[in-house]
Design a protein around this ligand. Sequence first.
Ligand SMILES: Cc1cc2nc3c(=O)[nH]c(=O)nc-3n(C[C@H](O)[C@H](O)[C@H](O)COP(=O)(O)OP(=O)(O)OC[C@H]3O[C@@H](n4cnc5c(N)ncnc54)[C@H](O)[C@@H]3O)c2cc1C
Length: 487
Amino acid sequence: MSEVIVVGGGPTGLWLAAELRLAGVSVDVLEARPQRSPRSKAITLHARTLEVLAMRGLADQFVNSGAHLPSYHFGMLEQKMPLADLDSPFPFVLAHSQVQTEEKIERWARDLGASILRGHTVTGLEQDEDGVTVTATTPEGIQETRRASFVVGCDGSRSVVRQAAGIDFVGADPSIYGFLADVVLDDPPPPGYAVHSALGSLSVVPLGPGRVRMYGIDPARQDLGQLTFEELRQYVILLTGGDFGMRDATWLSRFTSATRVAAEYRRGRILLAGDAAHIHFPAGGVGLNIGIQDAMNLGWKLAAEVQGRAEPGLLDTYHRERHPVGEEVARHTLAQGVFIQGMTPEGLALRGLMNRLIANHPSLVSALVEELTGIDVAYPVPGSHPLTGTRLPAAQATLARLASGRPLLLTEADLPESSAEAEKLGFTVARATLSTRPAWAEVAGVLVRPDGHVWLAVDRSPDADQQLRNALAEVPATFVPPDAYRA
Ligand SMILES: Cc1cc2nc3c(=O)[nH]c(=O)nc-3n(C[C@H](O)[C@H](O)[C@H](O)COP(=O)(O)OP(=O)(O)OC[C@H]3O[C@@H](n4cnc5c(N)ncnc54)[C@H](O)[C@@H]3O)c2cc1C
């Protein structure tokens, strides 16, 4: 019996497995595919995900192996939004294929001791008071059962776990059908090429040496029927007057704007994360990103629960904190759909208006970019310090202080007594300049959760250190994995 079974070894499940191992929890990942898919749905990593990677000391290996995009689109509008002013160590979008992302996270999870069982297809599960029994088909075709204290469904949009748990997937059926094609272009258009007219839309983005992804909306083909190479070629000619010398398609597919969010992210001993919990149109390239961020939020809480050190209700905060994020992303992508399918005279006029607003209103760009990149996500606690639940905005080196998965005490000055107390409890302790941002101007010290969100902030005052010590005396066990206690 393992402590946790993760169903699905996509990016979300793999990240969760690594997080659980970091806290010393035994975890089996059951993954249906014998091998990883060679097709990358996702090709972007946003700033908050890069910060999450930095918090585990992994950012450099990603950032050094992808292209840095200095701007990004909203609703496939021609007027791109610059990212240089983003308040993050990563003011860009990283073009990084899902295949590479999964490879790197899987290596990290295996190095931490996760057992990843490929070719194991989960067919059902049942929970009782003490645990969950999972039924799976092995690579040899044998039906087996396994038991765990908790099961997390990271098994994608058609999640068997979600269905077996009877959790509703609430939302809208598709209203937009897009296409994608991974091809070689002998005569490629300039970088950043995109067209949008009454005839349809097409964007071309680089995928790596010699290969591009073409994607868009063909208003004449709003269905999920097979896309053929010749159909694509004729569409591209209709739209652009030429075919860019396209050849060698390795993937031709269609995708939809179906948008749904699980009604519950937790039912008893069963939890959901990633696409199992939320799906939406891939506008903005955020699905994989928020899956990893779900797993980051859940990992330390589930570890605390499994290890019997969670304060009552801690695990329920996973739904409370992440469900609104899933709903917000659903709304954000639905809103982009209006621009994406805007091919009528009214739609084209609306696009023109929004293009002008983006070009001329930097505060609008800031707001859109903060939502898109996930750096605006916060889990406020009414009645607490205004920074409670906000993300720690910090340099990469400071984020890396969270690499052990332990919570962090950050102080501006030497506060020897609280520092010593925190170290005794297994916190990582570091000094950092906190007051560089207006909202942080008065902050003397901050306790940071293992997922990089503020648990508690203390403003400058004569008894700031005493306040930090009081806080440390209250609920530290929730945050600190047992290894840290032993250390
Ligand atoms: C065309 C397209 C483009 C996209 N582009 C982007 C992008 O640029 N950026 C971005 O962030 N996101 C993008 N996305 C979304 C992104 O790909 C998904 O959000 C992401 O893959 C979700 O990861 P996941 O681990 O939650 O689920 P998945 O990647 O779906 O992984 C689920 C895993 O569970 C396994 N599984 C399923 N059922 C079972 C079972 N019964 N038993 C065992 N294992 C099972 C599957 O084999 C799979 O490996 C795009 C999506 C599409 C369709």
